[in-house]
Design a protein around this ligand. Sequence first.
Ligand SMILES: Cc1cc2nc3c(=O)[nH]c(=O)nc-3n(C[C@H](O)[C@H](O)[C@H](O)COP(=O)(O)OP(=O)(O)OC[C@H]3O[C@@H](n4cnc5c(N)ncnc54)[C@H](O)[C@@H]3O)c2cc1C
Length: 424
Amino acid sequence: MIYDICIIGGGASGMAAAICAGRQHARTILVERMPRPGKKILATGNGRCNLGNLALSGQQPDYSAFYRGNPLFIKDVLSHYDTDAMTRFLASVGIYTHCRGDYIYPMSDQAVSVRNALERAIEETGYVEIAAETAVRKIEVQETEKQGSVFYVYTDKGTCIRARKTILAAGGCAAPKQGSDGSGYRLADMTGHTIIKPLPALTALRCRQAYLKDLAGIRCQAHVALYTGNRFLAEDTGEVQLTNYGISGIPVFQVSRYAARELDKGKTVTARIDFFPEISRSRLRSMIQSTASEHPDYTMHEVLSGLMNEKMAAVMARLALHSQKNLAASRWDGKSLALLQELLKCHVLEITDTNGFEQAQVCCGGVDTREINPLTMESKLLKGLYLTGELLDVDGICGGFNLHWAFSTGCKAGQNAAKRRKHA
Ligand SMILES: Cc1cc2nc3c(=O)[nH]c(=O)nc-3n(C[C@H](O)[C@H](O)[C@H](O)COP(=O)(O)OP(=O)(O)OC[C@H]3O[C@@H](n4cnc5c(N)ncnc54)[C@H](O)[C@@H]3O)c2cc1C
């Protein structure tokens, strides 16, 4: 038997593609290496599944949340698939949404309900067969006079699936425990595509400073700016988590892709952290000086205790005064106060590494989007092959952008692969 479509990978984009293809009565097989499709969806949004973002809706959607190496491609894909289109698709499988700020979630606030609804919708089409616990190892294409072009999809079970179209939806290599082990890149490479080196993104950053272990566990509102030398890379503000190896939390995740790229080029990357983003330097100095002059016997730790976490006060005092950390406030000199101000408003940490693919939420890098038609998701290099989701060189920041990308590219690929299946 020759299927109309073979979908490799049953994540958000592969499941969306399967629903759209099945609804158009394309005989489809969805091949997934995990026991059930949609494992990664369960982990999204801390189990609540942040499906999308209002920034991608309205007359003037804002695409700046996506990596903008090829901004036209992102615009061409998403201008035909905005938030309304995505929520309509989700409603068609029985998922209704609500918002927290700009972030869109399922009304159930449960990722499991999204995975289950997608799975039910696939089954309901009656045209999609699921081959679970089956990994694709190789893809070949053969042109035959009788049958047109046919994809031969070889699996680790020793089987060969034949299909007129193939949708490669195998994800990247972030969070490999959820199924995406990077094999999608190898399959894309086999079909002639260029892979821009994948690196971890939306991940914590490791730092050189050993004193961070004394700050581990602290969460604070802070502004994080990344630099390579004096060149500004990216910034964000929010709740930063200090860990024994470095820095984490949403603002760190948001800038991490830039650190990954520069570190990969062998560049030095630093994070400059403002621990008091809502207080000016002069106001902070006058707060410290006022406590110090009213309590001249206080140590720096004691003065700082009213401004920040106890553990942080102790570390900052040690860094500003070194061996004289217990010096009374009346004896501090201008140099130590200036250093303290830098430590609090522009604390420099040297980034040594990212937290790796295991801990990353997405990858930056992937299949070069210049090789893909943004209107159909079909490869420009190999007719009949469609590529979707995180496998492509597109990554968004936290906030629902990556799932929106996965659903939009999956739906497009499914619809177009099914529509054009009679060509062969
Ligand atoms: C912890 C975590 C939290 C996240 N939270 C959010 C969030 O709240 N909002 C958001 O927008 N994004 C979030 N993301 C990112 C988002 O989940 C992904 O970008 C998105 O799911 C990618 O979808 P995909 O279909 O392209 O790839 P994947 O979901 O990775 O799916 C690929 C599928 O292909 C299968 N596969 C791989 N290789 C093969 C093969 N050779 N043969 C057969 N099957 C194969 C895999 O098992 C997998 O099921 C989060 C990610 C993680 C890890």
